[in-house]
Design a protein around this ligand. Structure first.
Ligand code: ADP
Length: 296
């Protein structure tokens, strides 16, 4: 099922498939071949699929990069790895250096890197049909064997729900003291109900909730700028207030966001006039404010 890794001899430089960019120096990677060089780890959770968890993970990473941060994304949504496509990095090869697997750098400036099971499948349409222990082993490997180097933020996109994979992810990240979790919901009561379970999961595993994000919260008419509440409105904020956790903001349904994700474009850089832009930037700003400056 997995594509062969182009294993390279010790000390060799990273090769990045068809890309022209190259990663950090190998010496840099071997010194910090795990998460030791990562300042802040943020998990992105959702009660169910299709609510925009990967979208929020991707845009949060792009917005943090926009704020001048160096960002990594770990896509542990093993059954639905959509981030490579959202960042136009599908089909790129993962290489190995002394410090472990080298994440894929998605921009020339090397300010965003990504590791996803999507890179390891021979065929992107192939399904990962694995039992729990095998999935958990890969998650552990993603945490311990990826040469992330020095990052300001690592955004971890998890599968929907509260499964074994979530426990495996939280357990593997615990030694590195994750900053907390961002929980994504749509405004309807049924999605909000699922998120309640997500909040219970955070409480039971000792994971701090950075806040709730309500996604697909209304549609702003491109002609008259009036906002229509397609899926009702306010469920996320109400839930956050009941649960006593911060509400980070509402992201409207935005056709330009859908398009930019389909085409793997940088929404934050290219669509500053779009209705979703201020919401996404404000969420990233709140995350930045939450993260204490760590003494190097
Ligand atoms: P999940 O990770 O929760 O399964 P995704 O992030 O993959 O969900 O989003 C599902 C689909 O909805 C994607 O095609 C994405 O482009 C679209 N989408 C998500 N949020 C928005 C939004 N605010 N505006 C427009 N399209 C969105």
């Amino acid at each position: 099922m997995f594509a062969c890794f182009p294993l390279e001899s010790a000390g060799s430089q990273q090769r990045l498939g068809s890309s022209t960019t190259c990663g950090p120096r190998v010496s840099e990677l071997t010194e910090a071949g795990n998460l030791a060089g990562v300042q802040h780890i943020i998990l992105v959770l959702s009660g169910k699929g299709g609510v925009g968890k990967s979208t929020i993970s991707t845009e949060l990473a792009l917005a943090l990069r926009h704020a001048g941060k160096k960002v990594g994304i770990l896509d542990v949504d093993l059954c639905g790895p959509s981030i490579p496509r959202m960042l136009r990095a599908q089909g790129r090869a993962v290489h190995q250096c002394d410090g472990g697997w080298v994440p894929v750098y998605v921009d020339q400036e090397q300010s965003i890197c990504l590791m996803s099971v999507g890179f390891l499948l021979e065929n992107p349409d192939e399904a990962v049909v694995w039992r729990g222990p095998k999935k958990n082993a890969l998650i552990k490997q993603f945490v311990s064997d990826v040469a992330w180097g020095q990052l300001d933020y690592l955004v971890v996109d998890t599968p929907p729900g509260t499964s074994d994979e979530h426990m495996a992810t939280v357990d593997a990240l615990r030694p590195y003291g994750p900053l907390g979790a961002l929980v994504v919901t749509t405004p309807q009561a049924v999605s909000v109900g699922d998120v309640r379970r997500e909040l219970t999961f955070c409480r039971k595993t000792g994971l701090r909730v950075l806040g709730v994000v309500e996604n697909m919260s209304g549609f702003v008419c491109p002609h008259c700028a009036e906002c229509t509440s397609v899926f009702s409105r306010g469920g996320g904020e109400e839930l956050a207030s009941h649960a006593g956790v911060p509400f980070l903001g509402s992201v409207p349904l935005d056709p330009e966001l859908t398009k930019s994700l389909e085409e793997g474009r940088d929404f934050i850089r290219e669509f500053p006039e779009s209705p979703a832009f201020p919401a996404l930037l404000s969420i990233a700003q709140k995350v930045l404010t939450e993260a204490p400056a760590r003494v190097p």
